[in-house]
Design a binder for this molecule. Structure first.
Ligand SMILES: [Zn+2]
Length: 326
């Protein structure tokens, strides 16, 4: 079995105790972080993993989408672990460290608007820092959408997600095609010349690549992380309805909101339809996937919407979705 600590004998010796290796999974909204996390969890290798999932929105949808974890799983919602709920992140890690037996590895899925450099800063200064070490910061980049981020309000956040990475997982390369993939690779290496880039088409990466790569030793030479409290101009809201939505109306409404809502995800209750529907939207890409039958649970719609602050009008969004009820 891999022992990540074997690569850090000096760290281990200095601490005199086992330190919990942490891998951050970062990446922009919809880049494929949950898919990557699921691929790691399904592979497993006997290591006692703990998983901490952060959703920026009030609902932790991602936590519902990850496969069953053998070890501990913790969810942090209603805030971002890089800024508004930094204390919750540290408390969560402390709780995990106190469990018996403690996990051998912690995977943290950050929210899509999290700045990984801010999270590194949090761990550098937190009082748990002697009990943990950051083994890897992986940023998932969607090869299809990456170039669109350059001239947006969130370009700075997107860049920090890349510059903060120890390793880049370049996802959906087949959908992007070789020419665009090459352009994205150039964009990444312009921002992070030493980037180690792993290409994949379906978000899956061998466990050993992310949780045991000797090249990660270079992390010690990285420039000091500096907090940027204003790095993400995003807001979120949750739309809920106990009444069913008309499918065609909903489809039409979400199409009309493409400029306002960058990311949406949640479970929908459609009129005259017996199954839950998992809805996901990233930019102009949307997917509707059948889930289980409602069974004994009360059918209801719960949808997280995320958009750029300057164009995000909660009342207008609620009204637009309310108009789909009936
Ligand atoms: Zn944040």
């Amino acid at each position: 079995m891999l022992n990540p600590l074997a690569r850090y004998p000096e760290v281990q010796a200095a601490s005199g105790r086992q330190m919990l290796p942490i891998t951050l999974i970062s990446g922009f909204l919809g880049a494929g972080k949950t898919t990557l996390l699921n691929s790691l969890l399904t592979q497993g290798d006997g290591r006692r993993l703990a998983v901490l999932v952060n959703d920026f929105g009030e609902l932790n949808i991602d936590a519902k989408l990850i496969v069953k974890v053998e070890g501990q799983q913790m969810e942090l919602a209603n805030g971002c672990i890089c800024c508004s709920i930094r204390d919750d992140l540290v408390a969560g890690v402390e709780n995990l460290l106190a469990t018996e037996p403690p996990p051998e590895q912690l995977l943290i899925e950050t929210s899509g608007v999290s700045d990984p450099i801010n999270i590194v800063c949090t761990f550098n200064t937190a009082k748990v820092r002697r009990k943990i070490f950051l083994e890897n910061v992986v940023t998932v980049v969607d090869a299809v959408h990456a170039l669109d981020a350059r001239d947006t309000e969130y370009a700075q956040l997107f860049e920090r997600q890349i510059r903060g990475a120890y390793m880049i997982v370049l996802n959906r390369t087949q959908a992007a095609g070789p020419e665009q993939t090459q352009k994205v690779r150039k964009m990444i290496t312009d921002l992070l010349p030493t980037a180690s880039i792993f290409e994949t088409d379906n978000g899956s990466v061998p466990l050993q690549v992310l949780l045991g790569d000797s090249r990660l030793g270079q992390s010690t030479f990285r420039p000091e992380a500096v907090m940027d409290p204003a790095s993400h101009p995003f807001e979120s809201m949750v739309y809920r309805s106990d009444k069913p939505l008309r499918r065609m109306e909903f489809i039409r409404t979400m199409k009309s909101l493409t400029d306002t809502v960058y990311r949406a995800k949640g479970f929908l209750n459609f009129k005259n339809y017996p199954l839950t529907t998992l809805y996901q939207k990233v930019g102009s890409f949307e997917s509707y996937v059948d889930g289980s039958a409602w069974g004994v649970s009360t059918p209801r719609t719960e949808l997280v919407l995320i958009g750029v602050s300057s164009r995000f009008d909660r009342e207008a969004l609620t009204a637009a979705l309310d108009a789909c009820v009936g």
